[in-house]
Design a protein around this ligand. Structure first.
Ligand code: DC
Length: 219
């Protein structure tokens, strides 16, 4: 069989990375967390201490080295050889990543990289524009979503578990704002590809969603 691409898109907090990683593990495919790539560019920009400009973030995106080392339970992310798995999830990065990822030059650089890694081996990619822009001919396309309340609740429990003090209302607000920004931006806005399988996970367990996608992969 030739190389296959599974594209999983959807809004913030829909469980894409958890699901995509499990699907990739089951299939023995490479897993590419494209959100982590935009987060790494954002972290590098924040570390630079410079003021935001499209030129600066584009030049960072063109030079950055991003690699993944997946292990059961954790997908380690490296930026220029340094592990940034935790750092790219900080609220500072989360607060800036939508703006950075809306810059056309940043997207071009990341999409090139995603295509390069994704065409080398069979791969599962998750993001916002995988089925619409990065791999419009993906073998399986999924649009994973859930209500804003459910997505916020999941993230709240996840952060609580890590011992972080957070308010559910703040998370609902953040997720709704990010949805709006990601869906309304000019370049590659978040939308369900015409031929994607739409899965609302609000009332589904993780194993159910994974089983559902594996079934689609059987074709
Ligand atoms: O999935 P995530 O929360 O880690 O994504 C972080 C941000 O990156 C998100 O706000 C939108 C952006 N993103 C994107 O524009 N395109 C992608 N393919 C993946 C993420």
């Amino acid at each position: 069989m030739g190389k296959l691409v599974v594209a999983i898109d959807g809004p913030a907090g829909a469980g894409k990375s958890t699901i995509a990683k499990l699907v990739a593990e089951k299939l023995g495919y490479v897993y590419i967390d494209t959100g982590a790539m935009y987060r790494a560019v954002t972290l590098k920009f924040l570390n630079s201490g410079e003021a935001f400009s499209e030129e600066l973030v584009t030049s960072i995106a063109n030079k950055i080295a991003i690699t993944f080392k997946p292990e059961p339970g954790c997908n380690h992310v490296y930026m220029d050889g340094k592990e940034v798995t935790e750092d790219i999830r900080s609220s500072k990065v989360t607060g800036e990543v939508s703006e950075v990822s809306a810059v056309p030059g940043v997207r071009t650089a990341m999409v090139d990289l995603q295509r390069k890694i994704g065409s080398a081996d069979s791969a599962v990619l998750d993001g916002r524009d995988i089925g619409t822009v990065v791999f419009p001919d993906a073998d399986v396309k999924v649009f994973l979503t859930a209500s804003v309340e459910e997505r916020a609740k999941r993230r709240y429990l996840e952060l609580k578990e890590k011992g972080k003090e957070v308010k559910l209302e703040d998370i609902i607000h953040d997720i709704a704002a990010r949805d709006k920004y990601d869906s309304e931006r000019k370049v590659a806005p978040l939308r369900c590809a015409d031929n994607a399988h739409y899965i609302d996970t609000s009332d589904m367990s993780i194993p159910q969603v994974v089983a559902n996608i594996l079934e689609l992969c059987k074709g």
